[in-house]
Write a protein that binds this ligand. Structure first.
Ligand SMILES: NC(=O)c1ccc[n+]([C@@H]2O[C@H](COP(=O)([O-])OP(=O)(O)OC[C@H]3O[C@@H](n4cnc5c(N)ncnc54)[C@H](O)[C@@H]3O)[C@@H](O)[C@H]2O)c1
Length: 119
């Protein structure tokens, strides 16, 4: 029964994202890309905000241009983040969800104070 928790989680999403607009930073790859695809599958419009333009456009093409859009956004730049929010509202009329996912780390370390690279 290892799939049961995942199935219950997916069932709990049913209908909840229909018509919502989500801004996903770091949406061009990894967890952000998977989230963008999952949110879209459940009816959300997604704005993918990332520094990887080519990869971001590729994710939009795979989701579909009617349900997703890409904006170049470096989350360390406040103006970029504001532009991404504005893009969501100008494209889809509202912004319901922000997934603040973009980031990098310098690999797992047992002691948190040994980490040097953060966004
Ligand atoms: N994968 C893991 O096991 C894990 C564990 C703990 C935390 N996290 C965190 O979860 C988040 C996603 O992880 P992932 O494994 O999908 O990483 P990933 O490297 O696959 O994806 C990160 C995405 O963020 C984008 N990005 C990086 N810097 C950015 C910036 N300044 N502005 C905008 N976009 C930027 C990258 O281009 C990339 O598309 C990260 O914040 C990571 O630190 C991941």
């Amino acid at each position: 029964m290892p799939w049961q928790p995942l199935q219950l989680f997916l069932q709990s999403l049913e209908g909840k994202l229909e018509g919502k607009v989500a801004l996903i930073t770091g949406g061009a790859s990894g967890i952000g890309e998977c989230t963008a695809k999952l949110f879209s599958k459940h009816g959300a419009k997604v704005v993918i905000a990332d520094i990887q333009d080519e990869q971001g456009h590729s994710v939009v093409n795979s989701i579909g241009l009617s349900n997703s859009t890409f904006i170049h956004c470096n989350v360390t730049n406040e103006d970029h983040v504001k532009n991404a929010e504005d893009k969501a509202v100008s494209t889809y009329g509202k912004l319901n969800i922000m997934f603040n996912n973009a980031g990098t780390t310098d690999g797992p370390k047992p002691r948190i104070i040994d980490n040097e690279k953060w966004i």
